[in-house]
Design a protein around this ligand. Structure first.
Ligand code: ATP
Length: 234
């Protein structure tokens, strides 16, 4: 299996002097193509910092991140913007949909500027929203809005889908539907997916679980079998 990411000795500090925060303290990590990885760890342990550097939203203090051999840590701003545009889909805790646009139009905003996009209706079908394409965000539940955000993230057919606490604002029943949408993307499109969470239950849907603590990888485990997202409860 090819490695999508190879991360070596990644460190990130914020600030300087007595106020220095060590967000990442030397992270080594390989992420396999097509895999579903869950990054599990307590608040403040550095998960978002790592995801933001992998996604080209932030830069490292030291160490290296290779994306299919492209050294992200050596890229300038323009190269990182190009990388993000072409290769990365992001999903955050809050959906950031445009209130005056329907689900289809929110997704179409992205497909208009992508090279090889999915049809917006197809992206919405993958996340199970084929019956909601003409609804506005205010007519959708929180979980449905998050699924629109997932459809928007995958419509440009990114190589990786990076999700930061995608179910953080959702209850268990709604959250599992959102996770099922991420699972469907991974299975149907083969998109390598990384999901950040502090909810240990979610780790059961991963191929690989990366345990985070205090800016370091505290452990890793491979699940012998992935649990279907629809079976998760918390
Ligand atoms: N822009 C910033 N400036 C200063 N410190 C920061 C900045 N971003 C993150 N930090 C600090 O870096 C550490 C790691 O933060 P990070 O957000 O990566 O953790 P996390 O595991 O994702 O936490 P959470 O689950 O609460 O989002 C924390 O101590 C945080 O306060």
């Amino acid at each position: 299996m090819a490695a999508v990411y190879r991360v070596e000795g990644l460190t990130k500090t914020y600030g300087s002097g007595a106020g220095t925060v060590h967000a990442l303290r030397g992270v080594d990590l390989d992420v396999e193509e097509g895999s579903m990885a869950v990054l599990l760890g307590p608040s403040g342990s550095g998960k978002s910092t790592l995801l933001n550097i992998l996604g080209g939203l932030d830069t490292a203090t030291a160490g290296q991140v290779l994306f299919y051999g492209l050294d992200l840590t050596a890229c300038d701003e323009d190269q990182l913007t190009e990388y993000r545009r072409k290769s990365v889909g992001f999903v955050f805790q809050f959906y950031n949909l445009i209130a005056s646009l329907t689900a289809r139009e929110n997704v179409a905003l992205i497909t208009e500027i992508a090279e090889n996009p999915l049809d917006p209706a197809e992206a919405l079908r993958i996340v199970g929203l084929e019956a909601r394409v003409d609804h506005f965000p205010s007519q959708l539940s929180g979980g449905e809005q998050q699924r629109v955000a997932i459809a928007r993230a995958i419509a440009k057919q990114p190589k990786v889908l990076l999700c930061d606490e995608p179910t953080g604002a959702l209850d268990s029943a709604t959250g599992t539907r959102v996770l099922s949408a991420i699972e469907a993307v991974n299975e149907k499109l083969g998109t390598t997916s990384l999901v950040i969470t502090h909810n240990a239950v979610i780790a059961d849907m991963a191929d690989e679980v990366i345990l985070f603590g205090d800016g370091r990888i505290a452990g890793r485990r491979e699940n012998a079998a992935r649990k279907a997202a629809s079976e998760l409860r918390w």
